[in-house]
Design a protein around this ligand. Sequence first.
Ligand SMILES: [Zn+2]
Length: 309
Amino acid sequence: MKLCDCCVLLSTCLIMDLMFVSNQLIQRIQEKFYPAHLRKQLSLAAKKSGFTKPVFLLSFDCDTYKDAQVVGDVHDKLTEVGITPIYAVPCEILMKDSGAYQDIAKSGAEFINHGYYEHSRLHEDGKTYESWNFYDKISAKEMEEDVLRGHDFLSQFLGREPKGFRTPHFGSFQKKTDLERLYKILLKKNYEFSTSTVPAKAIQHSALYKVNGLVEIPVGGGYDFPLTILDSYSFRYSESFKFGEADYLLQIRKLANWFEKTGSPYVLNLYADPSQVYDWPAFFSAMAQLAQFNVNSYEKLIKIAESNE
Ligand SMILES: [Zn+2]
């Protein structure tokens, strides 16, 4: 029996989805039982990308108006300990509440495009969020509009074109075909990099990998669970997540101690939201231990990788 083109396409998609799910299952098992093996693989991934020692980047997704209120203070505290954060702010927020961000941009911090439209709201309880504009749920046209309007606004705001992008709610937008659609749009505007994939992609490719003409920089995980993103929301606010604040701090300390002890190549690309850490003194002291490894922008990170190629 000869299958029609539609059936061939459908079965190819089905096989790819099954492979995606089984890969995720294998990774979960590896993370639970063999975290040291995964750390080693991530170190090899960094070495493959040209790194000879640990490097650490901290980027902030600033999705709510509360972030705009506290970000100046958070930026100053981190600068004091020797860390320069990188910023991803939806442009609707940047437009309405730009004061603190203007000062931060003037200080030379890197800003990356995080889409034009707001995609998250903090409820009045100060703990729960409502989220939308997931790129796997909106149409290709809507996604393109979000990226390109974001690009135009951020170019005006910065006085130069942004070179990097982070997908809103990137965790749900990891399929190869989805990412390829995004990269095509980014290439139209001469983007150099995206930092929108999960830690497992670093193992699959390398710590920084070239794909469709762009560099992709996966976000990083913990010491004991290297494939679980250390995001401030889950560890501090989520009621269903199995880990808490103390676990987050312990992971940062363990990573910093491991970097100090071994000096193994590693790219730790952390992200948080300013409004989820501004009132957490222990966050700042844990970060201070990573300051010696800080690279202040993704553009610089790519230069380091290229200079060691
Ligand atoms: Zn966001």
